[in-house]
Structure formats: structure tokens, C-alpha cells
Design a protein around this ligand. Structure first.
Ligand SMILES: Cc1cc2nc3c(=O)[nH]c(=O)nc-3n(C[C@H](O)[C@H](O)[C@H](O)COP(=O)(O)O)c2cc1C
Length: 344
């Protein structure tokens, strides 16, 4: 059960790993009244510790931290990622880049969990897989609430069984990876459908409900709160904020008239991104092999970010990206609350 005061702070800054989430972004959003998440994925455990301590020193309010729970590792994933690599290699070579080695890793899950148990932020949320029951118990004993991400209605029963405090209902519109425990590769329900179908069952099971996906304005958030969510998360809306660590090429492309697609082409896990030559040419061939494909493509994506070549970058974006407003994060947070109240 969530004991946080969602009524006073129903708007949430979503975790966005890989650059966009920064301590200054979280601090600015929190100063504007939002419940802010840090993204712990891809960070070294020591960096995660420092970020939590720094944010704690900057803002006197509760915040959350998200990490990825370890994905499956099947032997076929490596060979499938290698086959995908042989398709990508000529394209990478034409950019002067050698692809990486497909490999498995658990993103230092155990060491990050130890940091989170020790520092006990108000919320620890998991995506990509669900945490083992003993991890949930350790975090809850330390005083952190545990939330898990889901994309499909039938995943609610697993969350109830795991004994978590809340669920992030991430709709099909959401930018970035599908955060739920099972990457089906199929189209999944919209955020409105998830909130409508699951809110009352979640409430009966004493779980908090956070809605995410395609939410760009306070008015969008009002719709989801009225439909039963306790809180509503914004990701893409904050990508252009000056405090975010979003690559300039990524910010620029958000408003250039591209559409979005859900693809495994960049990491081996379904994620919503802006349509580029990469997604058009390679999505059909990309296997379900995370993080093997993530490591395979990392050098090419890093090169694209550094040189500003949009066609070489994973441009994560939700369906609402064209409505993104370029404002400092505190100002955007305050505007979102004004819009929310105006519609309430
Ligand atoms: C650039 C980017 C990075 C993301 N990284 C994470 C992450 O590390 N962990 C996570 O649970 N969700 C991640 N997400 C998903 C968001 O937490 C959230 O579900 C999504 O942004 C909501 O949809 P919206 O982008 O349309 O607002 C990411 C999204 C984006 C756009």
C-alpha cells in the first residue's frame, strides 16, 4: 500500500535512463511540486549512490529511483544478436563504426539493490522484469515503497502476488522501452484502457496506481486522474528541458514532423522511438535479445549522438512528442499544475 501523499503531488517526473534523467532535472521538477524519479539504469552503483545523496541534499521532499530488474538470458539470444549484427555491420562500417560485442549483463543489479536498501528512497520502481521477492522484502523493510511497471492487464495479478505497493500502468503511447515484465512484441493497451480496466482492482488490492504514456499536458493528466489513477507520469514532455541531459540531436528531432514506432532495432527490447532510417530498415530483423542487442549497437548510437546524426540514434519518444514545450523543468511543472487545476 502506498502511503505517499499523491493527492497533493499527483504529477510525476518519469525515470529516463541513458542521459535525460539528471539530478538537476529531478530537483527542478520536485521544486515545481512534482514527485520526481531518478533513473538508475546504466549507472555505476557508486554514481547511483552519489546521485541519490545529491538530490536528497537539494530537495527536502520524497523522490523515487527506478532500476531495471535482470532480464532473461537464453543461449539463443547471443546467436540471434550476432545474426542481426551481420546485417547491421555494413551500415555501421559506412559510418566508420565497429559494432560492439553482443553480451549479457545484469546492470549491476545486486550492488544497486544494496545501495537502494541502504539509502531507502521513498519509492523504488522496477522495469524490464520484476524483482525477486526477497529484494521487495528488503526494500520494504528499509522503508522504501516498491512499485513495478506493467503493460498488460493480466500482469496485475503478478504484482499483487509479489506484494508491491503500487503499479506503473505504462500505456502503448509511452516513449522509451516497454517497462513490463514480458516483451510480447505485440501491440499493447493504451494508458486509458489500462487505467479504466485496472484502477479499481488495484485499489481493492491496496496498490497505488501511476499512469504513464503520451501524457503531455495537465489536461491529459486530469483525464487519467479522473479515470482512477493516483498519479500521472511525464517522460517525453521533459526531454527538451534545459536541466535534462537529452542529446541535442534528440531534442531537435522531437519537433521535426517524424512519427513514432515501437521497435527492437536498437536494444533487442521493444521501445517507442521516432521513425528513422534505422527503424525502417532493421526493425523487422531485430531479435528479442536484450541486453545483447543493446551492447551490439551501443558504439553506433554513441557515435550518432556525438556527431548529431539522427539516423544513427535511438530517439526515444512518446506519441505526444510534437506537443513538447521547451521550458525549464520547474516552469513546466508549474504550468502542468496550472493546466491540471484549470481542468479540475
Ligand atoms: C528517453 C526515455 C528514457 C526512458 N528510460 C526509462 C527508464 O530508465 N526506466 C523506466 O522505467 N522507464 C523509462 N522510460 C519510460 C518512462 O519512464 C515513461 O514510462 C514514459 O516516458 C511515459 O511516456 P511519455 O514519454 O509519452 O510521457 C523512458 C522514456 C524515455 C522517453
Amino acid at each position: 500500500m502506498s502511503t505517499l501523499d499523491w493527492r497533493s503531488h499527483p504529477l510525476v517526473l518519469a525515470p529516463m535512463a541513458g542521459g535525460p534523467s539528471t539530478v538537476p532535472l529531478a530537483a527542478a521538477a520536485a521544486s515545481g511540486g512534482m514527485f520526481a524519479f531518478l533513473a538508475g539504469a546504466y549507472l555505476a552503483p557508486q554514481q547511483l549512490r552519489e546521485d541519490i545523496e545529491e538530490l536528497r541534499a537539494l530537495v527536502p521532499v520524497p523522490f523515487g529511483v527506478n532500476i531495471f530488474a535482470p532480464s532473461d538470458d537464453r543461449p539463443s539470444m547471443r546467436s540471434e544478436a550476432e545474426a542481426y549484427g551481420s546485417l547491421l555491420a555494413p551500415w555501421a562500417a559506412s559510418a566508420g563504426v565497429e559494432l560492439g560485442e553482443p553480451r549479457y549483463d545484469d546492470d549491476a543489479f545486486g550492488a544497486k539493490l544494496d545501495v537502494l536498501v541502504e539509502l531507502a528512497p521513498a519509492v523504488v520502481s522496477f522495469s524490464f522484469a520484476w524483482p525477486p521477492a526477497d529484494a521487495v522484502a528488503r526494500l520494504r523493510r528499509a522503508g522504501a515503497e516498491v512499485w513495478v511497471t506493467l503493460n498488460e492487464p493480466d500482469e496485475l495479478a503478478w504484482a499483487v502476488e509479489l506484494g508491491v505497493d503500487g503499479v506503473v500502468l505504462q500505456g502503448w503511447e509511452a516513449g522509451g522501452h516497454r517497462g513490463g515484465p514480458h516483451d510480447s512484441g505485440r501491440q499493447q493497451p493504451s494508458v486509458d484502457v489500462l487505467v479504466r480496466e485496472l484502477s479499481s482492482a488495484a485499489r481493492s488490492a491496496e496498490l497505488g496506481v501511476m499512469a504513464a504514456g503520451g501524457v503531455m499536458t495537465g489536461r491529459d493528466a486530469r483525464r487519467l486522474l479522473d479515470a482512477g489513477a493516483d498519479a500521472v507520469a511525464f517522460g517525453t514532455a521533459f526531454l527538451p528541458s534545459s536541466e535534462a541531459g537529452t542529446a541535442p540531436v534528440h531534442v531537435h528531432e522531437l519537433t521535426q514532423g517524424r512519427g513514432t514506432t515501437v521497435t527492437r532495432a536498437f536494444t533487442g527490447r521493444s521501445a517507442r522511438a521516432l521513425v528513422t532510417t534505422w527503424t525502417q530498415r532493421f526493425s523487422d530483423a531485430a531479435p528479442a535479445a536484450y541486453p545483447h542487442v543493446h551492447h551490439l549497437t551501443a558504439p553506433l548510437r554513441a557515435h550518432g549522438k556525438a556527431t548529431g546524426e539522427a539516423e544513427l540514434v535511438h530517439l526515444w519518444a512518446g506519441t505526444g512528442h510534437a506537443a513538447a514545450r521547451t521550458l525549464p523543468a520547474r516552469q513546466l511543472a508549474e504550468l502542468l499544475y496550472e493546466e491540471l487545476r484549470a481542468d479540475g
